[in-house]
Design a protein around this ligand. Structure first.
Ligand code: GLN
Ligand code: ZN
Length: 706
């Protein structure tokens, strides 16, 4: 039943064969590190900007660690993790621990400090950053180790030991957490110049001695337990289910069943995966509706749930806590705010039939080109432009009703106008309005759709200091009115060039939200697809001829189990097609994807049947190009990102031209687009202006040579 799968979705019941674990043991696998109010983010960013010192950063970090340890100790958790904190990413921490610094960062040995560490993470003025990729099917990005036979491993970061000692000095005996050696190697890639066929696992012999040193040092410091995270051995994380309150009664029943099988002293109650991927604390959600709140549990509440279960399991059941949990579960089942019959019906009717555009893609592209009349290697951007402090302030003040709607519209209009003029100045071919009215590409839509709820502090780390605040989909989704037509038509009226309408696709809205767990994910996805379809058609009616439907996160919803992938891809791709199956041939549908490793899903991507796809690949050209080199036929427009927007580094014209040339070697000239690899909202204008100038210059240079 759904209640049973709910209870399993976040509880991992761990068996240990040792006698040291006694009844009642409770354990937490990992915890969010940004802080309840994103304290770490702000400390990192001001340190990077040179506004605060390394000491300041260290102080904020130590305070965060100690409050987490204290909170878990107070809750009664027995096995409290340490070394789950990171200044950027735990895989990069492991790279530092093993001294596997790529030579371009000119590290000369010794303990790795902030300069080398952050250069690897973010690049610096002269060297680009290391590649970043998604951690399994989450929206968390880790820094990919670059390994090969040449790497001289050495014990170069004592962070795990330092954190253990730090907790101990605060009176908390922790379980240090290390990325396990097998997963570390399997999550890495061969460094530049190393044979693709090089067996990364063959390095195990070289890294084990360092793990040994670390373990010995931890042992000497007093650690009795060490947790090795080996997720590649399991391939079984279900991170995106994380925020719903557990059905305590059924979990307890499960525990009792297990007890009957293995005996009480071998059962440890734990979270199903690291709480890194969930929001921090419901306590800070003062604006959330009370009823909805009762259905939820964030990291801090899960710690309490785990402990309550462990206690109940050993005979000390908190009756009041259990009965209020049962009441919340019952209210969720029967609440009218969850169900909308009409939406349920419309979504159910979609299943079983196909939805695609009537004309094939090459004929559509011809029709569109007649209308759009674009040069070869057309230039565009992915959507957002830098979000300045002023802009954020205007949005905040409008939300808080401190400025009038008129003033707000005026301010946003000015910003759009500025962005439009700038793009015309750069001579970009297909323009964007810059998304100044959007805080976040999912939140913006969720706020205008019914069935969504929002938190104030429900942040989850995405990469480095970047966090996202996923909306919560608790009920049936519908679109009360048009969401983007006002701004898009305003922007189009400012220019003769095509202005892209900018939407977030259903699969991405789904994958970047906390999704209800009381109906299948595809059901919710179809509901969102119908809402976006209405928006696409309203944009078209308003005269927008190019519409981009971002499916940035399509791949990250891909189940890790191979047997489940085909089904997911089928309904995900179907959902995308539902959104635009009704437009005219001359309306050009773009989509954008935030990853390059789609070699395994390329046929599904083709099956999305978009007219143009832009892809984030600039940290890994090779992977992407190999798909086409291996002979995959691709006839739609394609814009592999020509530079990395995640790094402050400004690419030169030559460098961009060089990349375009590489792509031209495997792709037809008439389908290639030139664009950055993702939205520009996190960058500064001082970076964006020269970069876009160089990008257009490179496209123009190549046009003269073709
Ligand atoms: N259109 C969005 C933007 O430019 C896409 C962002 C993304 O791919 N993550 O911000
Ligand atoms: Zn992107």
């Amino acid at each position: 039943t759904s209640t049973n799968s709910l209870s399993f979705s976040f509880l991992r019941i761990t068996f240990r064969s040792t006698r040291r674990f006694r009844a009642m043991a409770s354990h937490v696998v990992g915890y969010p590190r940004m802080g309840p109010k994103r304290e770490l983010k702000f400390a990192l960013e001001s340190f990077w900007d040179g506004k605060t010192s390394a000491d300041d950063l260290q102080k904020v970090s130590a305070d965060l660690r100690s409050s987490i340890w204290k909170q878990m100790a107070d809750a009664g958790i027995k096995y409290i993790p340490s070394n789950t904190f990171s200044y950027y990413d735990q895989v990069l921490d492991t790279t530092a621990m093993l001294g596997a610094v790529p030579s371009r960062y000119s590290w000369n040995g010794g303990e790795i400090g902030f300069d080398v560490y952050f250069s690897m993470a973010r690049g610096n003025a002269s060297v680009p950053a290391m590649e970043m990729t998604k951690w399994f099917d989450t929206n968390y990005h880790y820094i990919v180790p670059e390994l090969g036979p040449h790497v001289n491993f050495s014990y170069a970061s004592h962070k795990a030991v330092q954190e253990y000692k730090e907790a101990k000095s605060l009176g908390v005996d922790t379980v240090p957490v290390l990325v396990g050696p097998v997963s570390y190697l399997l999550l890495s890639k061969p460094a530049k110049g190393v044979e693709k066929s090089f067996s990364l696992l063959s390095l195990i012999e070289k890294i084990l001695p360092i793990y040994k040193e670390v373990v010995a040092e931890l042992k000497a410091a007093g650690a009795t337990w060490i947790q090795f995270d080996e997720p590649t051995l399991m391939m079984d994380l279900d991170a995106h289910q994380n925020i719903w309150a557990n059905h305590l009664a059924s979990s307890l029943a499960t525990l009792q069943t297990l007890e009957g099988i293995v005996g009480k002293d071998k059962v440890v109650v734990s979270t199903s995966c690291s709480l890194l991927h969930t929001a921090v604390d419901l306590v800070n959600e003062t604006k959330l509706d009370k009823e909805i709140k009762s259905w939820l549990a964030f990291a801090a509440q899960k710690v309490v749930e785990v402990n309550a279960l462990a206690k109940a399991f050993s005979g000390h059941k908190d009756e009041e806590y259990f009965s209020s949990n049962a009441a919340a579960q019952a209210s969720r089942k029967s609440s009218p705010r969850v169900t909308n019959e009409a939406v349920q019906k419309a979504a159910a009717a979609l299943r079983g039939s196909d939805h695609r555009r009537a004309t094939n893609v090459s004929a559509r592209l011809d029709a569109q080109q007649k209308k759009l009349n674009l040069p070869i290697l057309p230039t565009t951007t992915i959507g957002s432009f830098p979000q300045t402090m002023d802009l954020r302030r205007v949005r905040r003040e409008y939300k808080a009703k401190k400025i009038s709607e008129d003033d707000y519209v005026k301010a946003i209009k000015e910003e759009i106008n500025k962005v439009v003029k700038l793009q015309e100045e750069f001579d970009i071919d297909v323009l964007v309005h810059g998304e100044p009215e959007r805080n976040d590409m999912v939140e913006y839509f969720g706020e205008q759709l019914s069935g969504f709820a929002f938190t104030v502090n429900g942040w989850v780390q995405s990469y480095g200091s970047r966090c996202v605040k996923p909306p919560i989909i608790y009920g049936d989704v519908s679109r009360p009115k048009a969401m983007t037509v006002f701004w898009s038509s305003m922007a189009q009226s400012m220019t003769k060039r095509p202005m892209k309408g900018m939407l977030t696709g259903p699969v991405t809205i789904l994958n970047w939200s906390f999704v209800r767990n009381d109906q299948p994910r595809y059901e919710t996805c179809y509901q969102i697809a119908l809402a976006i379809k209405d928006e696409v058609e309203d944009l078209e009616k308003a005269g927008i001829t190019v519409i981009q439907i971002d499916e940035a996160a399509l791949r990250e919803g891909l189940p890790l189990r191979k047997s489940e992938q085909a089904f997911y891809l089928e309904w995900a791709v179907h959902s995308f097609r539902i959104t635009n199956c009704g437009v005219q041939d001359t309306t050009q549908i773009h989509t954008h994807m935030c990853y390059s490793n789609f070699n395994d899903i390329i046929h599904s991507i083709i099956n999305m049947d978009a007219d143009v796809i832009t892809i984030e690949n600039s940290r890994s050209d090779e992977k992407l190009l190999s798909v086409f080199r291996e002979g995959v036929k691709y006839g739609a427009g394609i814009g592999p990102g020509v530079y990395d927007i995640h790094s402050p580094r400004i690419p030169s014209t030559e460098e961009i031209a060089d990349r375009i040339n590489k792509m031209l070697a495997v792709l037809e000239t008439n389908i290639l687009w030139v664009n950055p690899d993702c939205g520009l909202k996190t960058r500064k204008y001082s970076e964006v202006k020269p970069a876009l100038n160089n990008m257009v210059a490179a496209a123009k240079l190549l046009r003269t040579q073709l």
